[in-house]
Design a protein around this ligand. Structure first.
Ligand SMILES: C[S@@+](CC[C@H](N)C(=O)[O-])C[C@H]1O[C@@H](n2cnc3c(N)ncnc32)[C@H](O)[C@@H]1O
Length: 238
């Protein structure tokens, strides 16, 4: 986020930069090439990052961050955690953010970007029942679809100072390529629930497929959107 450049000198370099839960490492590959005199690290529990070719200033480590992030205190100048809204329960979020604070250097920046998956249907005459079923089911698993919207509160509780915050509405299935991509992402998350959902309500594969189709059609037809929050927080100098 733009404000990070006011606090860290990316042009001079020499920074230690970490992307936690980096997934396929798209952000890391792009930024490590752009800022090639800083050192970049990606951590994820599954090694879906590029294995054969990668920038020389980029390395990866496999770890389940719920068991602690395997770096000493105050190791990194800049840490990002992005798009993990459904990866952690509320208690786990607290633990993860505490760990990030521990390994962030004083004066360092923490960038959190995540979804508020509570869906707004712009056509209010449509029933929200389908969406509410899923939201309730996530809640039963201890997951908070609104976790992205609560990150500012969590960061402030940790005594981090938020220096930039941004909010966007993300269209689900309308308005162009971002809408198409975010609908696929949303439906992917519902698909990930399938084994548990079908078992809980004793639903057949065909019935679940129909439910997915109905949900997809509802989102497009009612010009639905979800929220996207981005926060940049600063750790105080000691
Ligand atoms: C939706 S992907 C986001 C990837 C990346 N941050 C991005 O913005 O493209 C979520 C990632 O979180 C990782 N993840 C979830 N729980 C984790 C945990 N406990 N420890 C480490 N990685 C985890 C998953 O393996 C997955 O790669």
């Amino acid at each position: 986020m733009a404000e990070a450049f006011q606090h860290l000198n990316f042009q001079r370099g020499g920074l230690a930069i970490l992307d936690v839960c980096c997934g396929p490492a798209t952000w890391l590959c792009e930024t490590s090439l752009e800022y090639n005199n800083s050192q970049f690290t990606g951590v994820d529990m599954s090694d879906v990052w590029p294995k054969d070719i990668r920038p020389v200033n980029l390395q990866f480590r496999r770890a389940n961050i719920l068991q602690g992030i395997p770096y000493p205190d105050q190791s990194f100048d800049f840490i990002q955690i992005r798009f993990v809204v459904l990866a952690f329960t509320s208690d786990e979020w607290r633990k993860v953010l505490n760990e990030l604070l521990r390994i962030l250097k004083p004066g360092g920046c923490l960038q959190c970007i995540d979804l508020d998956m509570r869906v707004t249907l712009q056509d209010a005459s449509q029933s929200r029942q389908l969406i509410e079923n899923f939201e309730q089911f996530y809640a039963m698993q201890g997951l908070d679809v609104a976790a992205g919207a609560k990150l500012d509160m969590r960061l402030s509780d940790l005594d981090l100072r938020i220096v930039q915050s941004e909010y966007r509405e993300v269209p689900l299935g309308w308005g162009g390529p971002i809408g198409t991509a975010s609908l696929n992402l949303f439906m992917g998350k519902i698909n990930g629930l399938a084994p548990w959902y079908k078992r809980a309500v004793d639903m057949s594969d065909d019935a679940f497929r129909q439910l997915q189709d109905d949900t997809r059609a509802l989102l497009v037809r009612s010009k639905a959107y979800m929220g996207l929050h981005a926060f940049l927080a600063l750790k105080a100098l000691e």
